[in-house]
Every structure is written in structure tokens, then in C-alpha cells.
Ligand binder design. Structure first.
Ligand SMILES: Cc1ncc(COP(=O)(O)O)c(C=O)c1O
Length: 422
């Protein structure tokens, strides 16, 4: 009841917002200040140099997390193009768009998302609702909340085919919700005739495979997690993804923001309700920064003239990851100790290139008698990875991030080659 009051209540604030709009107009005219500073670089704390791209090379190589520091250099090279300055008076209101049920979506962010999807061609945006979230992590929870049936006698099962992204299980179960619970590997899910939610991650984290739903029963609800469906990681197919609920994030590109493209208005509203209840909206500052960076990604392809010394974002990223995979594969090939999955080639409708998926993670297998690959690499060789057992799979596998800074990646490949040669 209170929430309803809150969501509807914003309409009452429309007149207040309109007044604020007029004040903003005055700002724009220079009556109070220069509004154009909103998107320019003026803040001293932001002038501080980003962390050096040459960290100290310590003995321990930590590739456990998918921390995408590989991209840092590109953003340094774009200089002030992606810098956003936000004066203190801006964003005092909770509301971003009072005409919209999704009132915390900054229109600039929504427009940047649509523009990018249209450029890349990786997802349908027409007749879709955009729900913005603090990363795909929050949106995943919002979807569970939105699609889980109310008044069921037991929580609905959430499943995903193993190996699955570690966090699905952790997030689903951490609050011991009465609405949903983790049901494990979708391939062995047997609760016939019971409703379920299946998460389809493609390309998949951890193993990079391209996936479709596996349970395929009519009581199922599908969440497509397309966090890695971007053209530096995999070829984009001719028809844009057109699923009912699609999660996207640019946390593996630029920074931690996500959005969902949702077909059904009721589901989008319920997701909005979850985000209102959990965080009362999504930081406008983040959305504005996200919008700026997404615009620059699109500009780097569509307005190349403004990017004399910098390659278009997806070309730069594709080339960098392609080189990393080439080096990794040749280091692994020198012995029979390890193996990596092979991926089918596909023609990318965005770039025109034909290539095999080059995932953000390497799903490395210890061949032979090594049963605990994580422990072998950690205790024997000071390389920290994440064991396959956290992904519902065998400890013979480990997941390794392919996205660290250059120096760390180089050091890792060199060390792998040394292990292979001893
Ligand atoms: C498949 C997948 N989905 C979702 C997420 C979470 O994304 P975010 O960082 O935007 O919360 C990740 C992050 O690693 C991921 O790999």
C-alpha cells in the first residue's frame, strides 16, 4: 500500500518538478550559473590521474574476479570525452522523469542504451521497457521478484545449466526468500509440472558457450542474461536477440551499470517496484556517467572524425581480446597439462568479421591426474583462479579472467608457459 502511494505519489509532485524545470531553464540561460558545465570536466577530484596502467608486478597473480581493468587504457586514451561534471545543485529530486512509471530512468541513459543496441544490433528495443538497475546483479533480483508467483505453496525453483555463474545461486538463496529458491543445474531439473525460472546466459560465464534454454516446459519463465553479448566477445547474429526478459550490463566494458529490456509491462512494473523497495531508484549520477560513456562508445563508431588517435571501441576491444586468446591458446598448447574449450565460428553482423567466441573468462581444464586445478595453480604456482566447483561443475576446471591489465595478463601467460615446460 505504502509503495503504491509512493509510486503514484510522484504524479503529485509533477507541478513541483515543472517549477524545478523552469528554474533549470533559468540556469541554462545563465541566470544563476552555466548549465553546460553539467557535462564538462571541472571537478578537481576527477582530475586526479587514473591508476597507473603499470601496477607493481607481485608474485601472486590474482585472476579470480572478472575485474575488467583491461579497458582502463582505452578510457584513458579518450581523455575528457567521457568526463562528466555534476554541480551540487543538480539532482536534488528523487525523480528523473515524472511522466514515466519508470520514474528513476534518466531519459539520457535510456536514449544512449537504445542508440547503442541499434548500432550493435544485439537486441530488439522497440516495444520494450527499459528498467535501469545498479548493475545486472540488482536487475536479476528484480526479475526474480517480478516473475515469481505470489500465493504459491512453495518457492519457485531458479535453475541454470551447469557450469553457471556463481552468483545466481548465492543471490537467489541469500535472503531465504519465500518466493523463490535455487534449484540447481537446469539439465537435471526434474520437478515435472512445477513452475520454474531458468537463467540462460549467453555467452556463458564461466565457459563462454553460446546457449539456449534447456528445460523447455511450458511452466517455465526465462531470464536471458546477455552480459557478454557484445561484439568484442562473440559474433552478433543477423537477427537481434528478441527474448521476453533480457539483462544487459556494461560492467564488463566500462563500469557498473545495467539495464533490462522487458516485453511485458506488468513485469517491468514489478521490477520497478523491487528497485524502489530496495534502493528507491538508481543513482542519477551513475546513469548520467553511463549515458556519457555509452554515447562515446556509439560516437567512436559513428563519428569517427572526432576520434583521430583512438580506434572505435568495439574494434579496439575485439583486437585486444583476440590477441590475448591467441597467446593463451599457444601457451596452453605447448603441453598436455591443460586444455581450453573450442568455440564455433560465426559471422558478426556488426563487424562483418567471422570469428569464434573469445570470452571474458578462460575455462581452463587441468588434464591428467590433477583433480583440484585451483589448488594446483594456487599453491604450486601462485596463480589465483576460481574452482569449477563454484559453478556447479568439476574441480578439474578453473575460471580465469582474461580482462586484467596488460602487465598482469602477460605475466600470467608467461607463467603458464613455464608450468607447461617443466
Ligand atoms: C553473466 C553475468 N551476469 C551478471 C553479472 C553482474 O553484472 P553487474 O556487474 O552489472 O552487476 C556478471 C558479472 O560478472 C556476469 O558475469
Amino acid at each position: 500500500m505504502e509503495l503504491k502511494t509512493m509510486i503514484l505519489g510522484h504524479f503529485l509532485l509533477v507541478s513541483l518538478a515543472l517549477n524545478a524545470g523552469f528554474i533549470f531553464k533559468d540556469y541554462s540561460k545563465g541566470k544563476y550559473n552555466k548549465a553546460q558545465h553539467i557535462l564538462t570536466f571541472k571537478n578537481d577530484s576527477l582530475v586526479t590521474k587514473p591508476p597507473s596502467s603499470k601496477p607493481l608486478l607481485t608474485d601472486v597473480i590474482d585472476l579470480d574476479h572478472g575485474d575488467p581493468t583491461m579497458y582502463e587504457r582505452y578510457w584513458q586514451e579518450t581523455g575528457d570525452k567521457t568526463t562528466v561534471v555534476i554541480p551540487g545543485w543538480k539532482f536534488t529530486s528523487y525523480f528523473s522523469d515524472t511522466r514515466n512509471v519508470y520514474w528513476f530512468l534518466e531519459p539520457e541513459f535510456g536514449n544512449a542504451v537504445i542508440r547503442l543496441h541499434k548500432l550493435v544490433g544485439n537486441a530488439v528495443t522497440d516495444e520494450r521497457y527499459i528498467v535501469v538497475g545498479t548493475g545486472a546483479t540488482q536487475l536479476f533480483q528484480a526479475v526474480l521478484y517480478a516473475v515469481a508467483p505470489r500465493n504459491a505453496s512453495e518457492p519457485i525453483n531458479v535453475v541454470s545449466a551447469a557450469p553457471f555463474y556463481t552468483s545466481y545461486k548465492l543471490i537467489t538463496d541469500y535472503l531465504k526468500s519465500g518466493l523463490y529458491k535455487w534449484g540447481g543445474d537446469a539439465r537435471i531439473f526434474e520437478n515435472d509440472n512445477k513452475p520454474y525460472i531458468e537463467v540462460v546466459t549467453s555467452p556463458n560465464n564461466p565457459d563462454g558457450s553460446l546457449r539456449r534454454s534447456v528445460v523447455n516446459r511450458k511452466q517455465g519463465k526465462l531470464i536471458h542474461d546477455l552480459a557478454y553479448y557484445w561484439p568484442q566477445y562473440t559474433s552478433i547474429s543477423l537477427s537481434p536477440a528478441d527474448h521476453d526478459i533480457m539483462l544487459f550490463t556494461v560492467s564488463k566494458t566500462t563500469g557498473s551499470w545495467g539495464w533490462a529490456l522487458v516485453k511485458d509491462n506488468e513485469i517491468a512494473k514489478k521490477m520497478t517496484e523491487f528497485i524502489v523497495l530496495s534502493t528507491l531508484g538508481v543513482s542519477k549520477e551513475s546513469q548520467l556517467r553511463a549515458a556519457k560513456i555509452l554515447q562515446v562508445v556509439s560516437d567512436s563508431h559513428q563519428n569517427k572524425g572526432h576520434f583521430e588517435d583512438t580506434q572505435p571501441f568495439f574494434d579496439h576491444s575485439y583486437n585486444l581480446i583476440a590477441k590475448r586468446w591467441e597467446r593463451l591458446r599457444s601457451a596452453v598448447k605447448t603441453s598436455t597439462l591443460f586444455s581450453l574449450p573450442e568455440f564455433p565460428h560465426g559471422r558478426c553482423s556488426f563487424s562483418g568479421r567471422t570469428f569464434a567466441t573469445q570470452p571474458a573468462f578462460a575455462w581452463l581444464k587441468c588434464e591428467g591426474e590433477t583433480d583440484d586445478c585451483e589448488s594446483f595453480l594456487r599453491h604450486g604456482h601462485n596463480i589465483i583462479t576460481r574452482s569449477g566447483k563454484h559453478f556447479g561443475d568439476s574441480a578439474k576446471y578453473v575460471r580465469i579472467s582474461v580482462l586484467p591489465r596488460d602487465e598482469l595478463f602477460d605475466q600470467f601467460v608467461d607463467r603458464l608457459a613455464v608450468i607447461n615446460s617443466t
